[in-house]
Design a binder for this molecule. Structure first.
Ligand code: GCB
Length: 599
């Protein structure tokens, strides 16, 4: 399955692409009768729905709907595509889906935040409309990732019963595309890995093909120069190394992108081409710092969400553009795709804007108490997401780390840095398995998991960069920033002495109701948020092993209903949900745009 999503569809001389997003037909199936009644042959009673779009906020009766729903659209596939391999590619179907063409099953997929594609060539009716039907089901279960079903416990329970702190939006949330490639031979995948020595860059291009091609060419262009390298396929694969003298490296200050064009041929002619962009850069660490191109880089930024009124979790290009303007405005150079992979356009923008990404699979709400069979199924899901995410995003220079989990919770938790329990050895084995898989699939980037307050040190030790989320002075020591900052400082020293690796605080923040003020900082006021963020940044400034600070969160976002989420919202954003700056955003801008070396 993953092979089909490796290269984003592209329109060129040899390939076709058509976006079939727009207005679709929609029907909820709360009694689960659709399969028995053959809804794949035509939905009986539909209404209109926007794709992409979460279904939750488009109607007045579906916000909390958990169950099965069906989408349908008639599409006309141009007969000029005849003879090619034709795929349907679904950007995001949250959570489990089955796809039909003209009433015939073409495939099924689980997982809400990564694309998948199915070959539909054999089932197409030419010169008439073709019915696409997608059955979607979003029930929250402990066997799924992210987990759900009310396992969070106590005040962290919410309605709907998600075991994570964001609204469980569902539906077709990204574009649905049709695309085609040549059936006699095509480029299946391209993997670009870059490096440099002194002033010479190296770009290693691995080309995977299927079909009868025998040779090809890689052309890299940029900075007014063109480098060409012809290759002969070894079976279906070639590894091509291109050297770039006087290379212009990709960095946060100069996110320069080279064009990489690949073509393949048989004895007589070119059969397929594909073009992508790459930045020549390296990412590594020493015992205290993250190094971009061998030079220390301090991560300034946020944890984010895909979240916006009415759209829900759906791709909304104006919001993507706006968010990058605000990241630049506030002086950020980095963010984490908490807590799931984002739309590809976020990654393309990061490449162009020089934003460093911690790219996270949807593994939030993992836990180690309870049923072992559930645990086993979640582990399988996590591995699949790692494979799918790396297949999708491996060529983005902006992606510098892969995160395999956010805040997994151990069997026993203690909300104090002083008395952290040892990890269950089995849990360490499971995380090591995930991180080893990342390393095997992509040895060129850093691998991390993001640790919860009171979580075991043995888990953190598995990461290349120690990533921790901390809320001392918010969830503990409420209203007491000074003690919170002292706890943070002591804990950082302790962690560094044990782990001897750079540390990034991947979350810290305070809920802030926009417009609420107090002359003496008080929880939920804009003053408290500023003071809290300032205190944490000041602590970080005193430790040379802290390599990044990500404020939680970039913007306010929707959650389920719970007593700790006023109005079903998490208000830790430094921007409001509609992207207006709170006082904290102005504060960060002042601090982060002063001098490049300032943290
Ligand atoms: C966390 C979670 C994040 C929550 C945040 C909070 O640690 O990783 O998903 O939204 O805390 O605000 O409680």
């Amino acid at each position: 399955e993953t092979k089909d999503i490796a290269l984003f569809p592209q329109q060129n001389e040899f390939r076709n692409k058509e976006n079939i997003s727009g207005i679709w037909k929609f029907q909820k199936d709360s009694l689960d009768v659709g399969e028995a009644q053959n809804w794949k042959n035509g939905l009986p009673n539909t209404r209109s729905i926007a794709v992409p779009g979460s279904w939750n906020d488009q109607f007045t009766d579906s916000r909390d709907y958990l169950g099965t729903a069906w989408y349908e659209k008639d599409v006309f596939i141009p007969s000029s595509w005849k003879g090619q391999k034709i795929y349907i590619r679904i950007g995001s179907a949250n959570y489990a889906s089955k796809v039909y063409l003209n009433g015939k099953p073409v495939g099924a997929h689980e997982g809400g935040n990564l694309p998948f594609a199915f070959d539909i060539s054999a089932l197409i009716n030419w010169n008439v409309a073709n019915r696409i039907t997608i059955q979607l089901e979003n029930i929250l279960k402990p066997t799924r990732v992210p987990t759900g079903g009310g396992v969070a416990g106590g005040m962290f329970n919410s309605n709907p019963k998600a075991n994570f702190d964001f609204f469980p939006y569902a539906g077709l949330q990204r574009d649905v595309l049709l695309y085609s490639v040549q059936s006699d031979a095509n480029i299946k995948d391209i993997t670009v890995q870059t490096g440099f020595e002194n002033t010479t860059g190296s770009v290693n291009v691995k080309v995977d093909t299927e079909g009868k091609a025998t040779k090809g060419k890689v052309t890299i262009s940029g900075n007014n120069k063109v480098y060409e390298s012809e290759f002969v396929l070894n079976g279906t694969t070639a590894n091509v190394l291109v050297k770039i003298p006087e290379v212009r490296l990709w960095s946060t200050e100069d996110p320069f992108l080279y064009k990489v064009a690949v073509s393949i041929s048989d004895a007589s002619r070119v059969i397929d081409t594909y073009e992508l962009e790459t930045g020549v850069r390296t990412i590594s660490t020493n015992d205290k710092q993250i190094l971009l191109n061998g030079k220390p880089v301090f991560l300034k930024g946020f944890g984010k969400h895909e979240d916006f009124p009415v759209f829900g979790r759906a791709t909304a290009n104006p919001v993507i553009i706006k968010d990058y303007s605000l990241l630049k405005w506030v002086g950020a150079n980095s963010y984490r795709t908490s807590h799931y992979p984002y739309d590809e356009e976020y990654m393309n923008m990061a490449d162009r804007e020089g934003i460093l990404i911690i790219n996270e699979i949807p593994a939030v709400g993992l836990y180690f108490h309870g049923d072992k069979e559930e645990l086993r199924l979640r582990q399988i899901a996590c591995k699949k997401y790692i494979e799918e995410l790396i297949a999708r995003d491996k060529n983005h220079p902006s992606v510098v780390m892969w995160s395999v989990a956010n805040e997994p919770t151990p069997e026993v938790m203690n909300m104090s840095p002083k008395d952290v329990k040892k990890a269950d050895p089995q849990s360490v084995i499971l995380f090591k398995e995930l991180l080893d898989l990342v390393k095997k699939l992509d040895p060129t980037r850093l691998k991390v998991l993001v640790g919860v307050m009171g979580g075991p040190v043995e888990w953190l030790a598995l990461s290349d960069v120690v990533c921790i989320n901390r809320y001392w002075g918010w969830y503990t020591n409420q209203g007491d920033i000074k003690t919170g900052a002292k706890m943070l400082s002591d804990e950082l020293d302790d962690l560094y002495s044990k782990l001897k690796k750079p540390i990034v605080i991947t979350e810290f923040g305070a809920d802030t109701f926009p417009g609420m003020h107090a002359d003496q900082a008080e929880m939920f006021t804009e003053e408290y948020q500023v003071q809290f963020i300032k205190a944490y940044l000041d602590v970080a400034d005193t430790k040379d092993f802290v390599a990044g600070m990500h404020v939680w969160a970039f913007a306010d976002f929707k959650t389920g209903q719970s007593v700790i989420r006023f109005g079903g919202m998490n208000y830790k954003g430094v921007f409001t949900r509609d992207r207006k700056p709170k006082m904290a955003a102005h504060y960060l801008r002042e601090r982060w745009t002063k001098k490049p070396e300032d943290k």
